[in-house]
Design a protein around this ligand. Structure first.
Ligand SMILES: *Cc1c(COP(=O)(O)O)cnc(C)c1O
Length: 404
């Protein structure tokens, strides 16, 4: 049996089991061992001289180019992203975004960044990229004409993200990518929320699909990593830049992420189902003005999500009807089954008070038509607990919100 061969007719659930498990990497065991290595040894000088000439994936050379544990993870991620020729691994999600931007952009270039992108992506535009003479321009991804008008001769890349960070707006990714292509710019999607299981980005016209593996793929809140997958030409450029930057991930971390990957589709399904049940329950509560969950029928962006995505995850937000920031914080403090902290995509539920208006220059918060008083938000990352317990916990914390 050769489980590493993946004819396209095998379903995702089957491919995710075998992906990256080449027998020359695993030997007689199921998982590739953790290959801790800086030096790789050569048979003789002839083999040594051959190394730099080939610089191929899956060839021993030197530790900075990884060894079978990292290669297996990279190949597994490539297998799950239809249209990808390869995947570069980065030490964090932010490092993946930086690695991609430093591959595509030169001084004098313009990069368009979605106004509702993950805040460190925005900060990278205003900090690192600006310092390197690159001009970031922020756009509202729901306004395609306005976005199109921002392109100029110098626009080299576009950074997209859906749903929007914290505020969860859903944009038409294929349409935005098509405009970028027509204008000669490379489209990059931060696909951390849906993963290729919920949105096969390259197949839908995106040029580079990146993820914070720290979130769902790792899945257990114990490892940080990022990835970028692309077709042959862009993959070669990303890989070369990563080598120039000295980017490498540890084999121990790669083994953890591979372990998480094997159960990714099960966890995403369970979390999405629970998140939808909780979102539905919240939508019926008098304390709640808006539920920002694209998977919820009637919520902002639901129609786009239903049309373009085949899955979701447990991350969504909601906005209180009136109240104060203090009351909202009391609600978060009053939860007992939700941790308070950054990140998401682990097995455990988290809650975070959010104030996205501080991170926006073009988009309104909250997203829908809203009363001025309805602006205090909470982001929930739903984990693998029983959703009935989570609802009961939210219900008792709503009492704290009311100050009783
Ligand atoms: C967390 C996150 C990142 C950054 O990942 P790190 O591994 O924490 O650096 C990037 N994009 C999105 C959408 C994220 O949620």
């Amino acid at each position: 049996m050769d489980i590493t061969r993946h004819p396209d007719d095998l379903s995702e659930a089957t491919r995710i089991v075998g992906a990256g498990r080449r027998s020359e990497w695993t030997g007689a065991v199921v998982n590739p061992p953790v290959w801790r290595a800086s030096t790789h040894l050569y048979e003789d000088t002839a083999a040594l001289f051959e190394g730099p000439r080939t610089n191929e994936d899956g060839r021993f050379f030197y530790g900075r180019r990884g060894a079978p544990t990292q290669w297996a993870l990279s190949e597994a991620l490539t297998t799950l992203e239809p249209g990808a020729a390869g995947t570069v691994l980065y030490p964090s999600g932010v490092a993946a975004i930086a690695g991609v931007m430093l591959t595509l952009l030169r001084p004098g270039d313009v990069v368009l960044i979605s106004d509702n992108a993950y805040d460190p992506s925005r900060a990278m535009g205003k900090g690192l990229l600006t310092d390197f003479g690159i001009e970031p321009r922020f756009f509202d991804p729901l306004d395609i004409a306005g976005y199109e008008a921002l392109f100029c001769e110098r626009t080299r890349a576009v950074l997209l993200e859906a749903p929007g960070s914290l505020s969860m707006e859903m944009c038409d990714l294929a349409a935005l990518a098509a405009v970028a292509r027509e204008k000669g710019a490379i489209s990059v999607l931060d696909n951390t929320w849906a993963s290729p299981l919920g949105f096969p980005a390259l197949e839908r016209g995106i040029d580079i699909s990146l993820m914070a593996l720290t979130k769902h793929v790792g899945g257990h809140s114990d490892v940080m990593m990022g990835s970028a997958s692309a077709g042959p030409e862009l993959y070669a450029r990303l890989r070369q830049r990563a080598q120039q930057l000295g980017t490498v991930v540890s084999p121990d971390d790669a083994a953890l992420v591979l372990r998480g990957l094997r159960t990714l589709h099960l966890r995403l399904k369970r979390e999405s189902d629970s998140a939808l049940a909780i979102a539905q329950w919240l939508a019926g509560r008098p304390e709640v003005a808006q539920v920002l969950c694209p998977m919820l029928p009637g919520a902002p962006g639901h129609e786009v999500w239903k049309r373009d995505f085949t899955g979701g995850c447990g991350l969504f937000s909601f906005v209180f009807k009136g109240g104060t920031a203090v009351a909202r914080n009391r609600f978060v403090d009053g939860l007992s089954l939700f941790g308070i902290g950054y990140s998401w995509g682990g097995f455990e539920s988290l809650a975070l008070p959010i104030e996205p208006s501080g991170y926006r220059s073009r988009m309104a918060w909250p997203p829908g038509p809203a009363d001025e008083a309805d602006r205090h938000g909470v982001r929930l990352a739903i984990g693998l607990e029983d959703p009935r317990d989570l609802i009961a916990d939210i219900e008792q914390a709503l009492v704290a919100w009311q100050g009783r």
